[in-house]
Design a protein around this ligand. Sequence first.
Ligand code: BDR
Ligand code: CA
Length: 354
Amino acid sequence: MELFGYIAAHFAVIALIIFACAIFDASCQAAVRKIIFDTDPGTDDAMALMLALNSPELDVRAITVVPGNVTAEQGLENALRMVSLANRCDIPVAGGARHPLFQKLVTAEFWHGKNGLANIELPRSKCKADPRFGPDLIIELVHASPHEITLVPVGPLTNIALAVEKDPSIVPLIKEVILMGGSIKGGNVNAAAEANIYNDPEAAQIVFQAGWPLTMVGLDVGDKTLLGRKQLGQLASTHGPVNDFIYGVAKFLVELSEKFGDGGTPMYDPLAVGVAIDSTLVTAPAMHVDVETRGEFTRGETVANRRNEVERNVLRGDRYIIEGVDKVQPNAKVGVEVQADRFLQLFVSRIQGK
Ligand code: BDR
Ligand code: CA
């Protein structure tokens, strides 16, 4: 009898939740995160996009394209072919900036294949590009859903900086920014800088200093998420248009990593999407991060203050004297540790059979 009472109470609670969901639709959907995916597709961008499109926790409201791994034209073409492959012509895909704010673009076909997508020729897209300028589309969507949009930029930060410069009122209306870029342990372009930040340091500095909640999923944490032969085998064991495309991309990247003596390919951009799905995948302490825009050897470095303190040096006569220590406010959560196996499993499970 007691057991019966327990079961009845259990079902009553479930019924109540279903009833509440039916009436207060918004509260049940609160768990679904609306994102704008800003990308320079790109092999790991492709994996990140397909992870986002196949994750029920995320609602991709728009894809904006930025030059980086490939030119603006090639990036837009790649994005359109991918949304078409995923049968998602309902998502607006808009081109944006054509070059970084103050410097020439550096493209990375060397790492991503001639077309940026591991030399895989996807069928022509059934989807059409949205005519709006990417940063304008970001502004429009943020105003349409205040406090609900998470930006997930996984390329140079040009489009995001242009949106903020054009309409700073979006800053307090953004829920969160979760970006792939930067590093607090050295770069991949050179000793100091990570590629996305190196490709537009001024834009990155604007984005880091904007004053919104920001999580940096950088190179050093991404390097701990290596997709290798094991996951490749898992992707090979199932089929579907997206599954087979991502298998091809992953195979290209794993083989490339093996040429360089690495045990797998780092899942940089997919990890940023992973954090949007489940923030507990990474440990991310708060720090103050600045982007170096002038250094001779360090332009594009993300300089993180781990102590959130600076000495106060005051000029007294012909020298400075340390007179105390001032606090600096953190402006970013910086990913330092990741539950890599859990993330890789999540990735594979979302792609298999799609
Ligand atoms: C970042 O640079 C690009 O090559 C990748 O797509 C990723 O966003 C890694 O440094
Ligand atoms: Ca990228």
